[in-house]
Design a protein around this ligand. Structure first.
Ligand SMILES: [Fe+2]
Ligand SMILES: [Fe+2]
Length: 394
């Protein structure tokens, strides 16, 4: 890779705070600032990007540290490590401001914020930044309901509970009401107004800005409105892809819709000249095309495992909590929505391909059983569903 890279500031002991810069054509810089977000229980430190275009553009905002503690530990009834407990409430905000300064910017310089998708670790610090910078906010229209809606987090808590019960997942002891009270109190003021919803792929076009450097690529499947940003002008032989949570390394992104996600992987593979993919968490991806292939194989093997596990009727939670099914250890006795959803999206796709059927519902918990045919045959039908761009998901 000929794109110059340089570490301006290393990570602190907390595993975040690093500032790394990439220099593209005409000296335009892309800066990566790493801010606190829990790993193991969460996706790990959140990378925020600053792109020098005609205006200075920030991509994602990270999450306030007190909200990271609430969402990842308290609301999920998980023990919080002392070193995380001790972090000040504004720790990630301070990391962001310090990182901007180290790169030669300040919050006031930011004119636009683009949110890659509507998950809380990507936009919850947005209001704080807007207040201090007067930046205008953009995201894909398909995720604006999550980002703009003050009740989005409390809604997802309410929506999730019966769904997780149907998975057979143990629920936290606190009642739905206690959950709701917490979510409303803590997250209401953190919703973010989206000034410019994005609905089209192509060069970024915002009020007063027509970019010839940043291209939007709608990449749904991790969330309905996930976007990737291709960085590089027409003449650049090497381009960067800022990919949010669509591609991650070493962890694997959790799809909200597996068919759509696998189609997105195929679409991204058609992009040319990508020499580096910059994700929202984890390590930067140097082998972009290889990572896509890995993720496709990874989901094939999770589909196969799920299919074989359902030789006898199984619940989504029994599959999710099988040792080594998920990226990290899943305690069968503990609430873990990410692991439960991961099993369920694989079940859903197998069900669409008529490889699994819902065999029975007992005590509100759903059981799934396979058809007994060879997995290869089921997988062939799955590939047909993915390849058939005209097929829709219902
Ligand atoms: Fe995400
Ligand atoms: Fe994320």
């Amino acid at each position: 890779m000929n794109i110059k890279e340089n570490i301006i500031k290393p990570n602190s002991e907390a595993g975040s705070g690093r500032v790394k810069q990439y220099v593209l054509s005409k000296g335009r810089k892309v800066t990566q600032i790493t801010t606190f977000c829990p790993d193991i229980i969460g996706p790990g430190p959140a990378h925020i990007y600053v792109i020098e275009d005609e205006a200075l553009i920030m991509v994602d905002t990270g999450i306030p540290t007190h909200m990271a503690k609430k969402i990842f530990y308290y609301w999920r009834n998980q023990p919080i490590p002392q070193k995380v407990k001790d972090l000040p409430d504004d720790y990630s905000e301070t990391e962001l401001i310090t990182g901007l300064k180290a790169a030669g910017y300040s919050l006031k310089d930011i004119e636009f914020i683009i949110i890659t998708h509507g998950h809380p670790d990507h936009y919850l610090l947005g209001n704080t930044i807007v207040e201090k910078s007067r930046a205008r906010v953009s995201s894909h229209v398909m995720d604006t309901d999550r980002i703009c809606n003050p009740w989005a987090i409390s809604k997802s808590v309410f929506e999730g509970r019966p769904r997780y019960e149907a998975f057979g997942m143990p629920l936290p002891k606190s009642s739905a009401y206690e959950y709701h009270k917490e979510a409303v109190q803590e997250s209401f003021s953190l919703s973010l107004t989206v000034d410019y919803p994005i609905a089209m792929d192509g060069f970024l076009s915002l009020d007063g800005l027509q970019s010839d450097f940043i291209r939007v690529k709608h990449s749904p499947g991790h969330s309905p409105g996930s976007i990737c940003l291709g960085i590089g002008s027409e003449e650049d032989e090497e381009r960067i892809l800022i990919c949010g949570d669509v591609l991650l390394y070493p962890i694997t992104p959790h799809p909200n819709d597996l068919v759509t996600y696998l189609r997105t992987l195929d679409n991204l593979k058609q992009l040319e000249k990508i020499v580096l993919s910059l994700p929202a968490h984890g390590r930067n991806i140097r082998d972009f095309y290889g990572r896509i292939d890995f993720l496709k194989k990874h989901h094939r093997s999770r589909l196969e495992f799920t299919y074989n596990a359902c030789r006898k009727p199984k619940t989504p939670w029994e599959i999710a909590s099988t040792p080594q099914y998920f990226d990290v250890f899943v305690d069968p006795a503990k609430f873990n929505p990410m692991a439960g959803n991961e099993a369920f999206v694989h079940i859903r796709l197998l069900e669409m391909a008529k490889g699994l059927c819902r065999s029975n519902i007992a005590g509100g918990v759903h059981y799934f059983k396979n058809t007994g045919e060879r997995f290869d045959h089921v997988y062939r039908r799955i590939l047909e569903i993915i390849d058939d761009g005209s097929s829709t998901v219902l």
